[in-house]
Design a protein around this ligand. Structure first.
Ligand code: VG1
Ligand code: CO
Length: 543
């Protein structure tokens, strides 16, 4: 039998964070590092045996090597069938969809999302479960525990799978099916949006610029926007996925996609400007003359979604992660929809989606998606916006100003302090945590602190509890200051500071974000003293 049982040594650092296990490529290149983590998954999640497993990645450096190992280990661990995207390519939402439509018992998603790629960059792996969602915390905890005591792993040796040849191959008793990476994803989008109407909109002169940032969405965007919807060739830029993402940082935001903001500000800008990240689950939306913040995008889509074919029967509920601005709450209230506040990370939406209590959800970190899949979906958000523009005949600018006039405007910004020494970062967070109780009732200018606590979440479906999910200082509906530690970094610790301010009066809707948030930034500085305590002059990234 070519299935071999080989010795391994456990690694103590294989704890999954906000979105799976994320480390430097060089960490993943250590002997048996990936094998160890995968074997822990196969040992703990015994439901995989005899079932179907989906495997794919974002195409970054080390993707092919890791996928060959994952396929060979699936064959070594009694998986009946492995479905893998051609060339090892699957965007995160496409992989989640494949798990769902093939009734697979799970999926292995090889990605470090928007983190830089290449030999000195990052690599990562996410384990998704039946239904398509990310493994819940209890399960990743059990996998982590198992990874610490492993002494052997099982792998099929003697033949390698050809990742480029479409169709079936076998490794021992395991069938490996290499499929087109885009087909099923494109079908899914067709079932949700009015492709006819969007095509018409392009014919009537509607223009889009989608930046795939040399990451996984290139082939998806080309197939859907250009081939199926008839947008001109030039509508998709940086469409060829590269192993190092072209040396760039496929993190679509105002820093790493600044060129898109500049494009939006030109007089002849396209109607819709958008980008996605390394693994295709994030989205950035701009219109001519303005950037739509992710929290606003979520709220504006919530207000229009039931006009699109896949959502005509109405919305079940809405949700956002805790640090995401509360714009969507206002829409939920106006429309009588339930609205949930979850911890950061997409896995917390899954139970609500499965229980049919949610149609649309999103995060401030450029993530938006709906009940059609169990991951955030970058291109979905772009198509949703295109469809909204097509069905309303309005511009992005019009949609935004009408939205703010009706519901009020949430000014919002996130400050990241990257790569801080862990002790420094913990010190800043611990210090604020200790002062929280004394803040309640405090008066800061026009604002009064109504709540100051550490967010914890009880899942309304299964009752599981997630604690220590971020510190928040709430000034009623008027403003919030939030502080939390990132769970996706690979070097040191990252602190994220989130500022949100809500205004309703007509003469307060046209401020710049910086002006609107300056007083709140000053309060945050007074309370958290983050620059002083970190020894930094300011945040590394502002989005
Ligand atoms: C960040 C974002 C979070 C997102 C996560 C994964 O996590 O803040 O909202 O779900 O990345 O996104 P953290 O713990 O670093 O704040 V992706 O596109 O990197 O899979
Ligand atoms: Co991502």
């Amino acid at each position: 039998m070519p299935v071999r049982v080989l010795p391994t040594q456990p690694y103590p650092d294989q704890k999954s964070g906000t979105a799976g296990l994320r480390k430097k490529v060089t960490v993943f290149q250590q002997p048996h590092y990936l094998e160890n983590f995968l074997q822990a998954i196969f040992d703990v999640e015994t439901t995989l045996h005899g079932c179907t497993l989906i495997i794919g990645g974002d195409g970054r450096y080390h993707n092919r090597v890791a996928i060959r190992t994952a396929v060979a280990m699936a064959a070594g661990n009694g998986i009946a069938k492995v479905i893998v995207g051609q060339g090892g390519i699957l965007s995160t939402p496409a992989a989640s969809n494949l798990i769902r439509i093939h009734d697979a018992a799970g999926g292995l998603l090889l990605t470090a999302s928007h983190n830089p790629a290449g030999p000195d960059g990052d690599f990562g792996i996410k384990f998704n479960i039946a239904g398509g969602g990310q493994a819940p915390e209890a399960l990743t905890g059990r996998i982590f525990d198992a990874s610490k005591t492993l002494s052997r792993y099982r792998i099929f040796e003697g033949a390698a799978v050809d990742l480029d040849r479409l169709g079936s191959q076998t490794l021992g008793d395991t069938v490996i099916e290499v499929i087109d990476s885009v087909d099923d994803y494109a079908k899914l989008q067709q079932s949700l949006f009015d492709f006819e109407q969007i095509r018409d909109w392009f014919t009537r002169g509607g223009r889009i610029c989608f930046d795939a940032m040399h990451a996984v969405t290139g082939p998806y965007a080309r197939r859907i926007l250009i081939e199926q919807l008839g947008a001109p060739e030039s509508s998709v830029i940086n469409a060829i996925p590269l192993e190092d993402f072209g040396g760039g940082h496929p993190d679509p935001n105002l820093i790493y996609a600044k060129h898109l903001l500049e494009l939006a500000m030109t007089p002849d800008a396209p109607d819709l400007i958008a980008a996605s990240d390394g693994d295709g689950d994030r989205n950035m939306i701009l219109g001519r003359g303005l950037f739509i913040s992710p929290g606003d995008s979520l709220a504006m889509l919530a207000a229009h979604l039931d006009r699109l074919p896949g959502y005509k029967s109405g919305l079940k509920g809405l949700a956002r992660s805790m640090p995401t601005c509360r714009a969507v709450d206002v829409v939920a209230k106006a429309r009588g929809l339930e609205c949930h506040e979850t911890p950061t990370g997409w896995k917390f939406f899954a139970n609500l989606l499965d229980a049919n209590r949610l149609t649309l959800c999103g995060e401030e970190s450029f993530g938006t998606s709906s009940s059609h899949t169990r991951e955030k979906d970058g291109l979905w958000a772009v198509l949703a916006w295109a469809n909204v523009l097509a069905v309303t005949g309005k511009s992005v600018q019009q949609i935004a100003s009408e939205h703010w006039a009706q519901y009020g405007r949430h000014y919002y910004v996130r400050h990241d302090y990257d790569e801080l020494p862990t002790a420094t970062a913990n010190g800043i967070v611990d210090r604020l945590r200790n002062t929280l109780p004394s803040l309640v009732g405090g008066q800061f200018g026009d604002w009064t602190v109504t709540q100051a606590d550490e967010f914890s979440y009880t899942d309304p479906v299964d009752g599981s509890v997630a604690t220590a999910q971020g510190l928040r200082i709430v000034f009623g509906d008027a403003a919030r200051i939030i502080l939390r530690l990132s769970g996706t970094g690979t070097e040191g610790a990252t602190i994220r500071l989130y500022l949100e301010r809500y205004e309703r009066a007509a003469d307060r809707l046209g401020w710049t974000t910086t002006d609107a948030l300056a007083p709140l930034a000053a309060i945050a500085d007074q309370l958290i003293r983050i620059n002083e305590l970190s020894g930094r002059e300011g945040p590394s990234v502002v989005t």
